[in-house]
Structure formats: C-alpha cells, structure tokens
Design a protein around this ligand. Structure first.
Ligand code: KDG
Ligand code: MG
Length: 403
C-alpha cells in the first residue's frame, strides 16, 4: 500500500491565480493536481483543504478509481464546478503518482500513444478584421495548423476574445467584474466578414475556429453557422448556453457547421443528450473542471460511441498541470479532435516547470514519468493570491446577458 501522508493546497498568482493540490505518499513520491476555477478559486481551495484533504490521509494512493468514487458518491452533493474541480485535482495528482511509481508517462498508463503528437489551435484576435487576419498569419508562420479567430465588433467597446496583448489573453482582469456591452445584431454582421477575409488570406488548408461564447439563441446560431459554411469552419463553439441540451437540435437542423460545446461542463450528465443524439461534433469538457482523467475517460468513451471527438478547453486559467494531463489524455484517446492552447506567461511557466513541448502547431507531453509537471513552491510563495473576476455582459438597454 502506498499511503497518502499529506495533501497541501497551494494558491499562487504568477500573473493569474492558480490552485494546486500536492499529494505526498509514504514512499516519498508526490503528485500534483490543478483545482483552478477562474474567479472562484478560493471556494475550491476551501473545499479541498477543509473537506477533502482530511478524508485522504491514510488512503492507498494507488486506488484511483475507488478514491474518485469515494469523493463523488461520498459527498452526497454530486457534481457542480467546485466539487468536480476538487475531485479533478485529487485524481490528477494520483495519476501523476502512479506514473512516477511505474516509471512511465501517464499516456502510457492510458494505453499508449494513438498518434505522434497533439494538434493544437492558437488564438488570433484583433480589434478589427484586418488586425485579426494579421495575427492569424503570424500563427500560420509559426506552424499552427488550426487557428481560432475572434475580432472586435464595431460599435462595442470590448468583447470576449479580443486582447490588448497579442501574446497573452487574460479575461479575469479586475478586482471587481468589469461590465461589457453586447449587441447580437452587430456581432452577426462581423463574423462572416472575418471568416471570408481569413479564408482568402490563409488559403484552404488551415483549420479555422470561432468561439461564440454563449451569446446567441438557437435560431441565431443556426443562421451564423449557415453564413459560415462557405468558409468551412472547423467548429463553432458554445453557440448557445447549454443548460438546455435540446437547443442544439434546432441549430443542427439549420447548419452543417460542426459544433463544439462543454468547457463549463462538469460531468458526462451535462452532455448526455448532446452526445447520444449526436447534436455536437466536439466535446470540450476538460480534465480540471470535469472530475479529472478518470471522469473524462468516461466522457470520451461515451462520445466515441457516437462519433463525437474531443476538443478540450485550454485557456490560460487551466494551469500547466491541467495542460500536461490533457496532453497525456489527448495523445492516447482514440477519438481525439483538437486541443486548445493559449500560451502561459513566463512567470507561470517558471512556477510550473513542465516536460511538454510545442513544435509547429502540435504539443507533446514528453516522456517524464507521471504528468511531467511540478510546482516550484518557493517561487509560488512569492506570488500571493490576487482577487480577479471575469467580466459580465449587458445588452445595450442595460439587461444582464451571458458573458
Ligand atoms: O475562464 C473562462 C475562460 O476559460 C473562457 O472564457 C475561455 O472560452 C474560453 C475558451 O474557449 O478558451
Ligand atoms: Mg470557449
């Protein structure tokens, strides 16, 4: 038995907040897990420190499935982002430990590589269509095979996905939520223009993606999907909020543009109908917010049975620990589609030394045993937590809307 002897929650802000769990075992082997929930970090830190850690001490670190079931069923209160991020952190750390004990990278424990590397998409954005195209051309020159396009909307001061900094995008940027304005009419005019310009500038081979970020109604999404069809998008993401899974039927009836959804899902139940009825093409649920490797394995197998592929979330609020875990998973899973990749700042990379590497549009998790990522606790301690919120959105008449 490999006893869990301690588990520490480490909160650090090397440019943005991250919550990390470090588990130690009787043999001295340690593992790390990510528990970051953007804008609600301390809720997960408390859930772990106050309610999960005391129940872990003395358990066998090798019993990953049993510990997952213990934390999921045993809480009585199932699912939800806080609970599932906390479970994910424990799960990632235990897979990390198992890999280190076995002397194997986690992807080997998951069945070995199904591909040579993991295709990622980068984020091209700009205030105008022309700026966005310039950014996309830079991504293409760096070797990216897939590029997400987000541009500003004329008449709106700011919108999701458009950054002041071309290298890094960080929406959780204020001590209290900033307020954005939204106009669906203005937005629906600019996106087809952006895609027309991008196809023309980038040619037929680059995959083009777009994130609607939950802003449309199903019929509006159907129209946008149809308008984008001539430019062959790889996907249209989060076209509508997905509480009501049936909404996607209406979108499907109107467009052949592939649909991706799920970065805010926490469990397979959030996507059951979407997958079962093949209402989507890509599932974006990811390791940290959907219960760890143990649970995304179930989601991906279920998706595979229905011809749905993975396209995991990979924004900067998912720490390098999640990125590493996702890459091991992506490399091994048969129904992989694509992986999102937003570069972390050099401060973040220094706090989380990692084995994964980028080469011409693809990432590889590396061959280090376990997840191949760690946290430099001394360095992390130099960056104390700083409260930061995601923005909120209002319509032009002042009504609250989805951000
Ligand atoms: O924390 C919220 C971000 O992760 C999210 O807004 C990013 O939509 C996003 C994406 O597709 O990366
Ligand atoms: Mg998104």
């Amino acid at each position: 038995m490999l006893k869990i002897t301690s588990a520490r929650v480490i909160v650090t802000c090397p440019g943005r907040n991250f919550v990390t769990l470090k588990i130690e075992t009787s043999d001295g082997v340690t593992g790390v897990g990510d528990a970051t929930l953007n804008g609600r970090e301390l809720a997960v830190a408390s859930y772990l420190a106050d309610h999960v850690v005391p129940t872990l001490i003395g358990r066998d670190a090798h019993r990953i499935e049993d510990i997952w079931q213990y934390l999921y069923r045993g809480a009585y209160w199932r699912r939800g982002p806080v609970t599932m991020s906390a479970i994910a952190a424990v799960d990632m750390a235990l897979w990390d430990i198992k890999g280190k004990v076995a002397g194997l990278p986690v992807y080997q424990l998951l069945g070995g590589a199904s591909r040579d590397n993991v295709m990622v998409y980068g984020h091209a954005n700009g205030v105008t269509v022309d700026d966005t195209i310039d950014a996309a051309l830079e991504y293409r020159d760096q070797g990216y095979k897939a590029i997400r396009l987000q541009s500003g909307v004329p008449g709106l001061a700011s919108t999701y996905g458009v950054s002041k900094d071309k290298m890094f995008y960080e929406p959780a940027d204020a001590d209290l939520p900033t307020e954005n304005l939204w106009s669906t009419e203005r937005y629906l005019r600019v996106v087809p223009e952006l895609f027309a310009a991008a196809r023309e500038a980038l040619g037929p081979d680059i995959h083009l993606l777009h994130d609607v970020h939950h802003r449309l109604t199903p019929i509006e999404a159907g129209r946008l999907g149809k308008d984008l069809e001539p430019y062959r998008p790889f996907w249209m993401e989060d076209a509508v909020p997905a509480e009501n899974q049936e909404n996607f039927r209406l979108i499907r009836q109107h467009t052949t543009t592939p649909l991706a959804v799920g970065e805010i899902f926490n469990s397979v139940w959030d996507a059951k109908q979407l997958i079962q009825e093949q209402l989507i093409d890509y599932i974006r649920a990811t390791i940290v917010h959907a219960g760890g490797i143990t649970h995304v394995r179930r989601i991906a197998s279920f998706a595979d049975m229905h011809n749905v592929r993975t396209g995991f979330h990979g924004a900067t609020d998912l720490s390098p620990v999640t990125m590493a875990a996702a890459l091991h998973f992506d490399l091994s899973v048969p129904n992989f589609g694509i992986q999102e990749y937003m570069r972390h700042t050099s401060e973040t990379d220094a706090v989380f030394p990692h084995a994964y590497t980028f080469d011409r549009g693809a990432l590889h998790p590396g061959e280090a045993p376990g997840l191949g990522v760690d946290i430099d606790e001394e360095l992390a301690a130099r960056y104390p937590y700083k409260r930061a919120y995601l923005p909120v959105n209002r319509l032009e008449d002042g009504s609250m809307y989805n951000w």
